[in-house]
Ligand binder design. Structure first.
Ligand code: PXG
Length: 288
């Protein structure tokens, strides 16, 4: 595997960053997780746009233009002969000193890894996931805004550990007010009486690219769509529930906190949206 670091390619075992990089010392940096399907990078421009929004929020000047990053991602995929897989894009604050002052960091580093993807087993899509609500709440906007895809993912990792401790793959995270925010690496949707609902971004969710695509596909399918605040009660009493994310795509949820959702099997609306999403990934994206 050839990994891109600041304009050069390194073999896997030679791809290294400094222990003084603030990405490591403080989680000071940002990232994106992107998919390639059939020789095209799916929603690349949207991911790069979100990367620049995260950068702006943490006052990090990415030393590349959007177009240069598009070119670098495509070049890294080509170099690795990647047609289907997962692309991790990272920008760290760069090498600094042991103090947390970012002014001591000379230049942010851009890293691009193009790898195979670890998918959820197909059985999860056929049968649906069982998930739980966890005690760790989503970060407050006023502390560390969940819209920032930062290299500090401890909030999500703690929730993931709590999910794993309950024997689950994913966790529903509530915000400090008790409204549903999102999962540790996925946005949440429910279907109630043919109406598709997902929490508003202000509830403490990442501006999911898959979430955005699903909202568009649902509108095309003629579904009523809205973004209200949702409580656990709304999840429990939904007809259908599913999660969205770059890695998972759309994955049905059939049980939450011991409550069976709908019929206990992936619902018709979810299955239709999964088909529509897969069809889109077959035809759109930045050619490699
Ligand atoms: N919420 C959070 C907290 C995320 O990290 C999503 C929602 C879904 O967003 P997208 O834009 O992907 O639809 C994410 C994305 C990984 C991995 O390696 C995680 C994500 C995406 C890709 C890979 O765990 N999370």
């Amino acid at each position: 595997m050839h990994i891109f670091i600041d304009g050069k390619y390194y073999r896997e075992h030679q791809a290294r960053i400094s222990v003084f990089d603030h990405g490591l010392l403080y989680g000071d940096g940002i990232f994106e997780g992107i998919r390639a399907y059939h020789g095209r990078v799916f929603k690349l421009r949207e991911h790069i746009e979100r990367l620049f929004c995260s950068a702006k929020a943490i006052l990090l000047d990415i030393p590349y233009s959007r177009a240069a990053i598009v070119r670098a991602v495509v070049a890294t995929c080509r170099r690795n002969h990647l047609r289907d897989g997962y692309i991790r894009l990272l920008v760290t604050r760069g090498v600094g000193t042991l103090g947390l002052n970012p002014n001591r960091c000379r230049k942010p580093s851009l890293i691009i890894i193009a790898d195979k993807i670890q998918l959820y087993p197909p059985a999860y899509y056929d049968r649906g996931l069982t998930i739980v609500t966890v005690p760790t709440t989503r970060n407050l906007h006023s502390a560390l805004n969940p819209a920032i895809k930062s290299l500090n993912y401890l909030n999500n990792i703690l929730a993931k550990i709590e999910a794993n401790n309950s024997g689950c793959e994913e966790a529903v995270m509530l915000n400090a007010e008790g409204f549903v925010a999102e999962c540790t690496g996925d946005n949440v949707f429910i279907v109630k009486a043919g109406h598709l609902q997902t929490p508003p971004l202000s509830a403490g969710a990442l501006y999911g690219i898959t979430r955005g695509v699903v909202l568009e596909l649902a509108a095309e399918a003629g579904l009523r769509v809205s973004e209200p605040n949702l409580t656990r009660y709304d999840l429990f009493n939904a007809d259908e529930c599913f999660l969205t994310g770059t890695g998972a795509e759309l994955i049905p949820v059939v049980k939450i906190d011991g409550r069976v959702i709908g019929t206990g099997r992936p619902g018709a609306v979810t299955r239709d949206l999964i088909q529509r999403y897969r069809a889109l990934t077959r035809v759109s994206g930045e050619p490699i």
